[in-house]
Design a protein around this ligand. Structure first.
Ligand SMILES: O=P(O)(O)O[C@H]1O[C@H](CO)[C@@H](O)[C@H]1O
Ligand SMILES: O=c1cc[nH]c(=O)[nH]1
Length: 292
């Protein structure tokens, strides 16, 4: 018997749209570009051949249309892993729940999601301006720990090595390590992008080892992360969404990956607030390879 989801668990607005995203099932495209900044949605959508709709609700701005004859949409998720819990669950509901009967559909629909973000490098040889693909994502946020099946999609040996090497603070959420969709990584990643292991932090300052006025609980965390080598892989960069995006996609049967433009180098202590051109170039490259 099909599972039926109650109104309190999946809230549907009176116009038939999903609670936070305000999207209706018929607006959903299989190919989705995700970005943090709502203003970045327009930079993506200006590449579309046609724009069919724009929907804005809180920080979630979506533009849907076509590119090279295929339906595509771009959606902003705002800042933080908690927003990804909302975005991926609501996109999955739009794809796999009947909004009239509230029943989970028999046939699963799989979405392809590519996040284009900004990021801080943890390695001195990965400078500002470099695009870095999260081949593995390391969640410091804890979102995936709330879902059954977490251990089945995670790299538990990597998690143990990371905790041991860093002297993991037991007050922090248990980190989880999840892989990007290898097909998407091969489709979008070429020699012009670094393949790395990306941390999704639960904040921008203390949770990424940034010390302004407040001293940190573990001030040496970034040098420990920089020096970790696991299975010939090293940790390359910090951002705030790729791990929950990956983890939830793996659990739900969607395909996802993240590529970020480096805008700060934490080891060398430099950064640029003027990253628009680098992000515009990355958008053009990703779209060309995502829809060809
Ligand atoms: O530029 P976006 O996509 O927002 O990505 C990064 O920038 C934000 C922090 O400044 C976080 O969302 C982080 O993941
Ligand atoms: O250092 C950085 C830069 C962008 N986004 C982050 O989350 N961290």
């Amino acid at each position: 018997m099909a599972k039926t989801i109650e109104s309190s668990e999946l809230i549907i607005n009176s116009d038939g749209s999903v609670f936070h995203l305000h999207l209706k099932p018929e607006q959903l495209a299989d190919k989705i570009i995700l970005v943090g900044d709502p203003a970045r949605v327009d930079l993506v959508a200006e590449h579309f051949d046609s724009i069919d709709f724009t929907v804005q609700s809180r920080e979630f701005r979506t533009m849907g249309g076509t590119l090279r004859g295929e339906r595509i949409m771009c959606l902003s998720h705002g800042i933080g892993p908690d927003n990804i819990d909302i975005v991926v669950n609501e996109l999955d509901a739009l794809a796999n729940v009947d909004f009239v009967t509230r029943e989970v559909k028999d046939r699963r629909r799989s979405l392809q999601m590519v996040r284009i973000g900004t990021s801080g490098s943890l390695q001195p040889d990965i400078p500002v301006g470099t695009p870095v693909i999260a081949v593995k994502s390391i969640g410091f946020d804890g979102v995936l720990n709330y879902y059954a099946g977490r251990d089945e999609v995670a790299d538990l040996d990597y998690e143990r090595a990371l905790c041991s090497h860093t002297g993991w603070n037991p007050l922090w959420a248990r980190p989880y390590v999840v892989a990007s969709d290898p097909g998407l990584v091969d489709q979008i990643g070429r020699d012009d992008m670094v393949r790395g292991n990306t941390i999704s932090a639960v904040g921008f300052y203390g949770p990424q080892g940034r010390e302004l006025r407040l001293p940190l609980a573990n001030p040496d965390i970034n040098s420990r992360l920089e020096s970790l080598s696991y299975d010939s892989q090293r940790i390359t960069n910090y951002e705030m969404e790729s791990a929950p995006l990956q983890g939830l996609s793996l659990l739900m049967g969607h395909r996802a990956m993240t590529v970020c433009s480096i805008i700060a180098n934490r080891m060398n202590g430099n950064a640029t607030p003027n990253y628009r051109t680098a992000v515009e170039d990355l958008i053009a490259t990703v779209l060309d390879r995502f829809v060809s």
